[in-house]
Design a protein around this ligand. Structure first.
Ligand SMILES: [Zn+2]
Length: 169
């Protein structure tokens, strides 16, 4: 085995210089489209000597789109399978977590809500105004889906209300 110290100084110097140049260069040529572009047009990748990936952002996003287009069914299935497989584990995890930290979580949530009440209201209102149509559609769908539940709830509410009214009057 060769010892590290046996490497001549001019080699290590050359290498150091080369690395410095690589790390400080302003332009890079894309391996895919062959265009020379500003270094900022390449995503950061610490594993590369110059700290950037070899394909420009434009080519990469195109690649990503292509990949998605050709594998969309596969990816969808994969996602669904992943969710199915992890649903149980995740729900058990959250259940345990909630049981363990329930009070703390409630406290945190209500504290957070009280502190941010106005901001939350504003955000919700803004979201509603920007997505009015979608919100209304979703609401309609929800009502349609929960018709029976709402009816039951209303009946229950009326019954309770009547009783308490009767008790007062
Ligand atoms: Zn490119």
């Amino acid at each position: 085995m060769k010892e590290v110290s046996s490497t001549p100084k001019w080699v290590t110097d050359y290498y150091k210089d080369f690395r410095l140049k690589e790390r400080t260069k302003c332009f890079k040529t894309c391996l895919k489209c062959g265009e020379t572009k500003l270094i900022s047009k390449f995503s950061v990748d610490k594993r590369n000597l110059d700290g950037r990936i070899s394909i420009c952002k434009a080519c990469r996003s195109l690649e990503g789109l292509n990949y998605y287009y050709h594998n969309r069914v596969k990816m969808l299935i994969k996602n669904i399978e992943y969710q199915k497989n992890n649903k149980r584990d995740r729900s058990i995890y959250f259940k345990n977590y909630r049981e363990k930290h329930g009070e703390q979580l409630k406290e945190n949530a209500s504290k957070w809500y009280l502190e941010n009440k106005e901001a939350i209201k504003r955000r919700n209102l803004k979201y509603y105004q920007e997505h009015k149509k979608a919100c209304l559609a979703r609401r309609k769908l929800w009502i349609e889906k929960n018709k029976e539940k709402i009816k039951r709830y209303n009946r229950e509410y009326k019954r309770k209300h009547k009783i308490s009214k009767g008790a007062i009057g």
